[in-house]
Design a protein around this ligand. Structure first.
Ligand SMILES: *[C@@H]1O[C@H](CO)[C@@H](O)[C@H](O)[C@H]1NC(C)=O
Length: 509
């Protein structure tokens, strides 16, 4: 007998086979588009599901002989997937059950032989679980990867949803997350709750003020959706550094065994491993490069224990000739192996080798390694691929020209070759190359007075004629992740009954 239960039944329209087909192609299309814009998915791990035994203080889901207690003060939205036998339930004053179709409670008369002697089991409190705790999120590049458990490693700041991210709360589950922080809003691209994706700001704000919304999201700040996705194929900076202290307050750093631990940008703890810092050109594609590293190296058995995170970060700039202070956007690759960092260093060298031979088609202009295995302070290996390529190209051209094999076309302002006879000053040329790729961070390009006359734009155009092709392997890869069978009709599943409990310790008997 259930007393004073206000029940609300929300039913979404049924997916008919015809509309399902249409929806499928639309979902497919959306999926491909999302993929093209470097989308990142962040999924909240904990749930407040009745069936999850970690939510019960006895470590087990209560059965027919057990008494089930929810603390009267607990504000919780509990998802119930199936039918459960109980002896009694003590309900909270303010809470709700979200019942999956077919879910519910019943009381067994007498003893349930498949259940133990009968205990009192309490539902654990989830008030303390914070949105800004990086341990409570999983990151993946696609929704399919989320389902298959292909998670991405990221630095602590980026483990928490960034402003361009798609936030997922698992479809058949409920949750409770404390969104308190120093800002009034937490902007993200979209939020999925119970299989429904919100990307309209006002619609989600209505959801937040609903009964379910208030139980699921609590705290001083409001999550807002509708932020654009990352449109820059070279990647977007996760602007969570404003929350650095809050994020790191939830993290306990492990003790390290290596000589020179490294501190990656955006991470709370020093790590034993390697960091590669990459300067990129406009044809760099973060998503493709991440896939490339995964398929070339991370799937190899010797790199099984490796964790690799790759993202665009704002790196503080050391004193330089033209721009004394500020930050630059760089791709940071963090490699951790859970040991002394030796394996990370081997992988980092492999990645550098690959970048050296494919730098120009990958859009990599420079890469540096920092390793934690060296005994002296972090070794820096600068590799200037584009420069080498350009020098080689010019040298060949000059040699062929001298031998009369190739007639040089009339180039009005070909730079004096004495520049290259003079010992090639890598640093100087490097600055020039970066300008050639239109790197916005090298503001020097906009100041003609800062460039010596020798750095003629014709010299740059030579590098621009360099190798440029699209690797078919990675195109195929995009194709395959858009293959049929990956997206599902999630609308189908959102048929739940919400039972709202505005009762004072009601007892179901
Ligand atoms: C149960 O909850 C734990 C911790 O909150 C989570 O890691 C786990 O994935 C959940 N189990 C299932 C089956 O969802």
């Amino acid at each position: 007998m259930v007393t004073q239960l206000e029940s609300k039944v929300t039913q979404s329209s049924q997916c008919l086979s015809e509309t399902l087909k249409m929806l499928r192609t639309q979902v497919l299309l959306l999926f491909c588009l999302a993929r093209a814009t470097n989308a990142i998915y962040k999924q909240w791990i904990p749930d407040t599901n009745y069936e999850n035994k970690t939510n019960w203080d006895k470590g087990d889901v209560p059965c027919g002989n057990d008494r089930v207690h929810f603390s009267s003060q607990s504000k919780v939205s509990v998802f119930v997937e199936t039918m459960h036998a109980v002896q009694e339930i003590l309900l909270p004053i303010n809470g709700e059950f979200i019942l999956n179709p077919g879910a519910g409670f019943y009381v067994v008369s007498g003893q349930d032989p498949s259940c133990g002697g009968g205990v009192t089991t309490n539902f654990k409190d989830s008030d303390s679980l914070q949105w800004f705790n990086p341990a409570l999120w999983q990151t993946a590049a696609t929704q399919n990867d989320l389902h298959q458990g292909n998670f991405l490693f990221s630095v602590h700041e980026e483990s928490v949803p960034c402003q361009n991210d798609e936030v997922i709360f698992k479809a058949l589950s409920s949750f409770r997350s404390d969104t308190s922080c120093s800002q009034s809003t937490i902007p993200v691209k979209s939020v999925s709750v119970l299989g429904k994706t919100f990307d309209d700001r006002s619609e989600f704000s209505r959801y937040l003020s609903s009964h379910s919304g208030q139980l699921q999201f609590h705290g001083s700040s409001a999550v807002t959706v509708g932020n654009p996705s990352c449109e820059d194929s070279t990647g977007c900076v996760c602007e969570n550094s404003v929350h650095h202290q809050l994020i790191c307050s939830t993290v306990t750093c492990a003790s390290l065994s290596c000589k020179n631990p490294l501190l990656p940008v955006g991470h709370c703890c020093e790590v034993c491993g390697a960091i590669i810092t990459i300067d990129y050109a406009e044809n760099f594609n973060l998503q493709h490069y991440r896939d490339r590293i995964r398929h070339l190296f991370l799937i190899l058995p010797q790199y099984k224990s490796i964790q690799l995170g790759m993202s665009k970060v704002l790196k503080p700039r050391p004193l330089m000739r033209l721009i004394p202070f500020g930050t630059s956007r760089e791709i940071q690759v963090v490699i951790v192996d859970g040991d002394m960092g030796k394996l990370s260093n081997t992988l980092a060298q492999d990645i550098i080798k690959d970048a050296k031979s494919h730098g120009s088609e990958l859009g990599i202009t420079k890469a540096e390694i920092q390793g934690s295995t060296e005994s002296n302070s972090a070794m820096v290996v600068g590799v200037v691929f584009a420069v080498l390529l350009m020098i080689a190209f010019i040298v060949i051209l000059v040699v062929l020209n001298r031998k009369g094999v190739v007639q040089m076309p009339a180039m009005p302002s070909m730079p004096s070759l004495s520049l290259f006879r003079r010992s090639p000053d890598v640093e100087d040329i490097n600055g020039d190359i970066d300008c050639g790729f239109d790197n916005p961070m090298f503001d020097g390009c906009d100041m003609p007075s800062a460039l010596p006359g020798l750095y003629d734009s014709n010299a740059i155009s030579l590098t621009r004629t360099g190798v440029h092709f699209i690797n078919p392997v990675y195109d195929e890869q995009i194709g395959s992740s858009c293959s049929p069978g990956t997206p599902t009709c999630t609308q189908k599943k959102t048929q739940h009954n919400t039972v709202r409990l505005s009762t004072n310790h009601d007892i179901i008997m």
